[in-house]
Design a protein around this ligand. Structure first.
Ligand SMILES: [Zn+2]
Length: 288
């Protein structure tokens, strides 16, 4: 099945009170592991590509070629969206041209008026081409240069202004953070989430920084309108752990253990296990 936009899968998720996982990809192994797991579990899935990862994989056209090739060669029949994660205005335009089926425009660092202007323009382009588009209000915290941000809470009124522009899904800061959560993290602000959902109604809401949020908080967030949850760091940690174990056990020195197809296999399996765990938690298993 060719790539689809994320609109239908997220509307179904919102109505059905579950969430679709966005799993970020970094290379072939990542992409293959995520696609095979989605297919095995009969779950819709969103492949996320950050601008940095896009650059690493030799550009958006390479990513589109790889993903489209895999959908065909692996016989993937579940709905798959290829989505730009935290895109700049220019990045979003490049992905639209390259053949992505979905983009995120992160204008959260602009003043709200400018965020609205740019989001509006990209919404028009995406609507015309049949792509889905995610916008963001209130920046999401995270560790940058050793400084840990607390995770800002979005203004629900601003969320409504952006939602009304016709975006497909809306990311709003509710105290969530990218990367590992600090020990003194205050948790998600469900009051903020509830207020945002009250004002935005049917709009599927997106929870970024899904790594390390306790399962009960994830479930509560889903019950309050979160229909898309982004997972990135957790797959990276699982991959690194499994790869380290393989090397530490000296397996790369046994026989042909140095063959990259063997060396990267435990990490690829670890990604599959992480994706499976998340899809079960999010409730998207069997919803393709
Ligand atoms: Zn994010």
């Amino acid at each position: 099945m060719p790539l689809v936009n994320a609109k239908e899968m997220l509307e179904k998720a919102k109505a059905g009170h579950y969430a679709v996982g966005q799993f970020n990809i970094n290379n072939l192994e990542w992409t293959k592991s995520i696609l095979l797991t989605a297919q095995e579990l009969n779950s819709p899935v969103i492949l996320g590509v950050s601008e940095g990862a896009g650059k690493y994989m030799c550009g958006y056209k390479t990513v589109v070629g790889m993903v489209n090739g895999m959908l065909e060669e692996l016989g993937i029949t579940v709905p798959v969206a290829l989505h730009l994660d935290h895109g700049s205005y220019e990045g979003a335009k490049k992905c639209i041209e390259a053949g992505f089926s979905s983009v995120m425009f992160d204008g959260s660092h602009y003043p709200i008026e400018e965020n609205i202007e740019k989001t509006k323009e990209l919404v028009a382009t995406c609507n015309e081409l049949g792509l889905s588009i995610e916008a963001e209000v209130g920046s999401i915290g995270g560790e940058e240069d050793g400084v840990v941000g607390a995770g800002e809470c979005a203004d629900p009124q601003e969320c409504k202004m952006i939602a009304d522009l016709g975006v497909t899904m809306l990311a709003a800061g509710i105290g969530n953070i990218h990367g590992k959560y600090p020990e003194n993290w205050q948790g998600l602000s469900f009051d903020t989430l509830d207020a945002i959902q009250q004002l935005t109604g049917e709009m599927p809401l997106v929870l970024h920084g899904g790594t390390g949020i306790p399962a009960d908080m994830i479930k509560k967030a889903i019950s309050l309108g979160v229909s898309k949850i982004n997972v990135n760091t957790e797959c990276q940690l699982a991959f690194a752990d499994a790869t380290r174990k393989y090397i530490e056990e000296g397996k790369d020195l046994q026989g042909k253990g140095f063959d990259p197809r063997k060396l990267l296999a435990p990490g690829a399996e670890a990604i599959k296990a992480t994706v499976k765990e998340k899809m079960e938690l999010f409730g998207s298993v069997g919803k393709a």
